[in-house]
Design a protein around this ligand. Structure first.
Ligand code: ZN
Length: 389
């Protein structure tokens, strides 16, 4: 068992100074000055001067790698365990992207299982950008009902030149089948939607919500912050349709596209516009390909999006944008856990999974990461590495 003593707990709501006891992979007890029973072999961690957060959830990661849009040599490599845990992320949802041919569902499910064996929690979406959706079993509903790891469909591309350009009716069927598959399997049944920079923006989602019985929580559009115009439309979608919006964190803040909105800035914009924080999530789009620019701003090659950007943008929201810490935390903990229906995730409470991040209360630097009750990082040092690292 592990006892974290005297940490300032954000669960994500502020719970003040608490001790947290972890055992059997779960949070067993939270309280002030819990007794230390050395005879039970408790390892104590000094949490004084530190914040304790729920482990972070990254709901959109190309765990197998992505890219390939500049030819075969631009396919990005698979993610490694430490790429995930050093950003405090203890839960990922893996997805395919543009390429649903050389990246396959069988490969995706094996990678997710591998990450689980290495110590974190991983789920997946069925499909890729492509429509009809390429599933594992033949249908979206069967994938959701029969395959434990599948929680929804995605990332289906809309308003993008790389989309299959489905009709609105085809998109409605995807959303409907995903919803019913979710109902029958007790999962989220959510469609993760890649939005490009096309002029149709969120029009398909609005049509689904206007013309069908599908609910806003069955749709999660991502990359909302790719332009100011899309960000603004996302804000009105959230307010007028009670829709959920996901902001992408992995762009290099020094080289944003001219009109791109940094995720932390986008969060501030949405909160200022009175979007309830519960309708906003962040994800990294990690391990996808990212253009790199030289000092003169010229294209210099391709890099790989980082999962660590998730926590960076949360910190920037607090430090640079003045968003309250609990609200900023919600977009990477409680909100994705609730929307994606991830049991035991996203909160510090008794009975929840032992996924925790201890960070310095001044610098917010990550000190310790626990996943399913096991120490992965301690005092900034990585204790558990991936099999081939
Ligand atoms: Zn995407």
């Amino acid at each position: 068992m592990i006892l974290i003593q005297g940490a300032h707990v954000f669960a994500p709501e502020d719970q003040g100074i608490q001790d947290v006891l972890i055992g059997g992979g779960k949070i067993l007890k939270i309280g002030r000055q819990l007794p230390v029973q050395e005879s039970y072999g408790v390892t104590c961690i000094d949490g004084r001067g530190k914040y304790l957060f729920p482990g972070f959830i990254d709901g959109h990661v190309h765990i197998l790698g992505g890219g390939g849009e500049g030819g075969y040599k631009t396919r990005t490599p698979e993610i490694m365990l430490t790429d995930i845990i050093k950003g405090g992320v203890t839960t990922v949802v893996g997805c395919l992207g543009t390429d649903g041919t050389t990246r396959t569902m069988t490969n995706l499910i094996a990678k997710a299982r591998g990450l689980e064996e290495e110590g974190i929690t991983a789920w997946i979406y069925t499909g890729s950008y492509q429509v009809p959706v390429r599933t594992l079993t033949g249908t979206i509903m069967d994938d959701l009902i029969l395959i434990d790891k599948v929680i929804g469909t995605g990332e289906v591309a809309l308003s993008d030149h790389r989309s299959s350009q489905p009709t609105v009716d085809e998109f409605k069927r995807i959303a409907g089948d995903t919803r019913v598959g979710g109902i029958l399997s007790g999962k989220a049944g959510i469609v993760n939607i890649h939005l490009g920079d096309g002029k149709r923006k969120l029009s398909y989602l609005k049509e689904v919500l206007e013309q069908t019985e599908i609910l806003p929580e069955n749709l999660l559009p991502t990359h909302i912050n790719r332009s100011t115009a899309l960000m603004e439309e996302g804000i009105s979608y959230a307010k007028d349709y009670r829709g959920y919006i996901d902001l992408t964190t992995s762009s290099d803040p020094d080289y944003l596209e001219p009109d791109e909105v940094k995720a932390s800035t986008g969060l501030k914009m949405a909160l200022d516009a009175k979007v309830p924080v519960s309708q906003i999530t962040f994800s990294s789009d990690g391990q996808g390909s990212l253009p790199i620019f030289d000092e003169d701003g010229k294209f210099a090659g391709l890099g790989v999006g980082k999962v660590t950007s998730l926590y960076r943008e949360m910190k920037d929201a607090v430090i640079q944008e003045g968003v309250p810490l609990s609200d900023a935390l919600r977009v990477i903990t409680e909100n994705p856990a609730r929307l994606l229906k991830l049991p035991g995730k996203g909160q510090i409470r008794e009975g929840a999974d032992g996924d925790l991040v201890l960070a310095d209360s001044e610098s917010l630097e990550i000190d310790t990461v626990l996943a399913k009750g096991k120490r992965m990082i301690s005092k900034g040092e990585i204790l558990v590495k991936g099999t081939f690292e």
